[in-house]
Design a protein around this ligand. Structure first.
Ligand code: MG
Length: 149
């Protein structure tokens, strides 16, 4: 079974929108460090088409894991990411499928769907599906590439 890692922020969770709507986003010390905003990861809206698409992946021929980085200096974020996936997906499909780390290049697998090159994404030894790029602008293009209907 081929392994697909799915990033959270900017791929299935709308961090940009959450950041803009957060009441403390323009206050020191959060200005420029939105990853430190209290509770920022807890109630993010899903990105358009993401939940439906990941559900398709979860029921496909691929083995799916969520692979995200939680800020070291915002320990609540580690819990909130775990709760976020439980809120949006069926427990039986996602149980124990969350990996939080700063070194995505260390994970073995076939595909990594990620919107940014940081935290090892661009050095991933499988194939990096650069979400939001010209080639993969949205979930439709990703599912098409992975031949998931
Ligand atoms: Mg991301």
């Amino acid at each position: 079974m081929k392994i697909v890692y799915v990033d959270l922020d900017g791929v299935i969770a709308d961090f940009e929108k959450g950041k803009e709507n957060h009441p403390k986003s323009s206050i020191t010390p959060y200005r420029g460090r939105p990853d430190k905003l209290p509770g920022i990861y807890k109630d993010l809206d899903p990105i358009e088409g993401a939940i439906e698409s990941v559900n398709k992946l979860l029921k496909s021929k691929y083995k799916i894991y969520f692979l995200s980085t939680a800020p070291w200096d915002n320990p609540d974020a580690w819990t909130h990411k775990r709760l976020w996936i439980a809120k949006h997906f069926e427990e039986k499909l996602i149980r124990r499928r969350l990996i939080l780390c700063h070194h995505k290049q260390l994970l073995m697998g076939d595909y990594l769907i990620d919107d940014r090159k940081w935290n090892g994404a661009s050095e991933f030894t499988g194939e990096w599906i650069h979400f939001g790029s010209k080639r993969f602008p949205n979930w439709k293009s990703v599912l098409g590439y992975l031949s998931v209907k």
